[in-house]
Design a protein around this ligand. Structure first.
Ligand code: ARG
Ligand code: ZN
Ligand code: CA
Length: 333
């Protein structure tokens, strides 16, 4: 109940996401923006779900239930009732919508992206050793969640630029229909994506959308995989970030100034970080100064500057894929 209340409070606070009135503390910000050609990155997933929740009592009900289950699972885990030692392997369908041949990402590049997900979710990524010692104790380690590509669907399109309106997920609007979203994790790769004139790297649905026609993750081709991808977002971490959302993770700053990400082992931070911040980076929230975990996958830093999930984030993700979880249908048989 307490968690639920926090969740609802967090929902009410997301209107400040993407607001420009907070001074960013990263020195690298202007450089990064220039070199990447992006004005300011924004992730619209939270706003999109907020709209969807507003319009659907059914979604709100599913959201409430999943937060209750999340709390129950965390408690069971603490009591030793659930031994989460079995890795869950999630079957993945990649849906590629391409206009140019460059956007028709190769099988090799898709394999590369799946490999990045598997490395990041099992903490076998090569940059894991960069975790500062103060955060090593709360590092997730192996989340026991893995991914396996089971199908790739390709479709040539005349659409050159997509919006974040889910059109790519419906054949009737020029997209590709999801493959059975209860049992398969659907990823869509589109050539280019914008929201209000800004380049969008990707967006995700959260677990209250489990099994719905639009359930899954969308990633723009320049930020998908590694080979041929666009620096500084060319290490496949956009997918890691978006899959984090798909498995119920919020942005680490809680989409508000000193917001709540519903995870206790991620230090409260004032806002999103960009570029490659220098460690340590201190933020003050409610009078307490903390070194913040900007190297977390759920921040906005460059691909090369993010390399960890926390233990609390692992618990939330496991809750979703557990047998009692809302995404329990995702299993490779
Ligand atoms: N949805 C976010 C955006 O469009 C994704 C950010 C991912 N971060 C990254 N380093 N790849 O900006
Ligand atoms: Zn995001
Ligand atoms: Ca936190």
């Amino acid at each position: 109940m307490k968690k639920l209340l926090l969740g609802i409070l967090a929902l009410g606070a997301v209107s400040s996401c993407n607001s420009d009135n907070i001074t960013n503390q990263s020195e690298d910000l202007s450089n990064t923006q220039e070199s990447s050609g992006l004005v300011k990155r924004g992730c619209p997933s939270e706003e999109i779900r907020q709209e969807a929740l507003k319009n659907s009592p059914e979604l709100r009900q599913k959201f409430a239930t999943l937060e209750t289950n999340t709390e129950k699972f965390a408690n069971d885990l603490k009591l030793g009732k659930v031994l989460a030692d079995g890795t869950v392997e999630i079957p993945v369908v990649v849906n590629v919508l391409y206009n140019t041949t460059a956007e028709n990402v190769s099988d090799a590049r898709i394999a590369e992206q799946i490999a990045v997900l598997n490395e990041d979710f099992t903490a076998t990524n090569s940059d894991i050793s960069k975790i500062p010692s103060e955060f090593q104790t709360v590092s997730a380690g192996d989340t026991k969640i893995k991914f396996r590509l089971v199908n790739t669907i390709r479709k040539k399109t005349t659409t050159k630029s997509w919006r974040t309106n889910d059109a790519m997920k419906k054949a009737s609007s020029g997209g590709i229909d999801a493959t059975n979203p209860t049992n398969y994790f659907n990823m869509w790769v589109v050539g280019k994506m914008t929201s209000q004139g800004r380049t969008i790297l990707g967006y995700a649905t959260f677990p209250e959308s489990a099994g719905l026609w639009n359930d899954g993750v969308v990633i723009a081709a320049p930020f998908f995989g590694k080979t041929g991808a666009s620096s500084p977002f060319n290490l496949g971490r956009t997918a890691t970030h978006e899959v984090g959302h798909y498995l119920n993770l919020r942005h680490i700053w809680g989409d508000a100034n000193c917001g709540n990400d519903l995870v206790t082992d991620t230090p409260t931070q004032t806002t999103a970080n960009y570029g490659k911040p220098t460690y340590p980076l201190y933020n003050t929230c409610t009078g307490v100064q903390r070194s913040v975990m900007f190297m977390n996958y759920m921040d906005y830093v460059d691909d090369g500057a993010m390399f960890m999930f926390s233990g609390g984030q692992k618990t939330r993700m496991q809750s979703v894929v557990a047998s009692s979880g809302v995404r329990a249908g995702l299993r490779v048989y």
